[in-house]
Design a binder for this molecule. Structure first.
Ligand code: NDP
Length: 253
């Protein structure tokens, strides 16, 4: 299917060494894209790259803390040095923790904001600058969450961070359309990754999550293969500033 063909396309996936990011990276690789995995854990990055190479992708591992401007500058440099260009940026790296609002420290607040908001700002800005230089457009995809819409009382900083990047995406979409750069958001529901291990293991929380999800199952990293390919490819060429829910219907129930 030409509409979904990513041959010659170069993608970055932050947080691509496991979970949802690795699911996106697998989909991109299967569609023919070269993929740069940007995350901190070098051995996990290498394992992800080996898996993507088996799918036929020219994949590379780039150690990067997305909240660190020097790391992001070095990572975009290494990626463009290797591949010569950049066509899509999946700003997906994220972190959370359960902390009651009244007990939240400024340090914990900043820890989450540095990754989930500043990290998205730095990585999408670096990508946009590179795409503007190339003069051939591009696609930026930000991973938000149901938390961008619904408050999660257990994680107020996470909730605020996801609301922030949903709005950042809309502002970027309006500005970058003039360069042919599209900016969209993927908002996952409850997905089986390390981030949600506690909820999966907690009977009552698990039941509540599934009772609220019309498709009555957890999402998996594989559920992100198709959405990633769609948003990177010409199949979504007139879509920008939109939020794609990949949540088994949670957001509409
Ligand atoms: P995981 O915890 O499984 O993976 C998180 C990824 O982010 C890892 O690859 C990790 O790699 C990377 N990461 C974390 N901090 C940094 C950092 N400072 N710099 C670079 N990379 C970093 O989580 P998920 O796959 O579940 O989450 C992916 C995204 O999806 C996140 O944005 C999350 O908020 C969002 N999401 C997840 C949901 C779910 O149910 N799982 C629901 C809604 C949204 P490393 O540690 O090696 O750096």
């Amino acid at each position: 299917m030409e509409l979904f063909d990513l041959t010659g396309h170069v993608s970055v996936v932050t947080g691509g060494n496991r979970g949802i990011g690795l699911g996106m990276a697998r989909g991109l690789a299967k569609a023919g894209a070269s993929v740069a995995v940007w995350s901190r854990d070098a051995s996990r990055n290498d394992a992800a790259v080996a898996e993507l190479a088996e799918l036929g992708s020219d994949a590379i591992s780039v150690g990067c803390d997305v909240g660190d401007p020097d790391d992001v500058a070095a990572a975009i440099g290494a990626t463009v040095d290797h591949f010569g260009r950049l066509d899509s940026m999946f700003a997906n790296a994220g972190t959370t923790a359960a902390v009651a609002f009244e007990e939240m420290t400024l340090e914990e607040w900043n820890r989450v904001m540095d990754v989930n908001v500043t990290g998205v700002f730095l990585t999408t800005q670096a990508a946009a600058r590179q795409m503007i230089r190339q003069e051939s457009g591009g696609s930026i995809v930000i991973t938000a969450s149901l938390a961008a819409t619904f408050g999660i009382p257990q994680s107020p900083h996470y909730t605020a961070s996801k609301g922030a990047v949903l709005q950042l995406a809309r502002a970027e979409a309006g500005r970058l359309a003039r360069y042919g750069i599209r900016v969209n958001v993927i908002s996952p529901g409850w997905i089986t990754t390390e981030m949600t291990e506690d909820v999966q293991a907690h009977d009552k929380a698990n039941q509540l999550a599934m009772a609220r999800t019309p498709m009555r199952r957890w999402g998996t990293p594989e559920d992100f293969e198709g959405p990633a390919v769609f948003l990177a490819s010409p199949a979504s060429q007139f879509m920008t500033g939109s939020q794609m829910m990949v949540d088994g219907g949670f957001g509409s129930a």
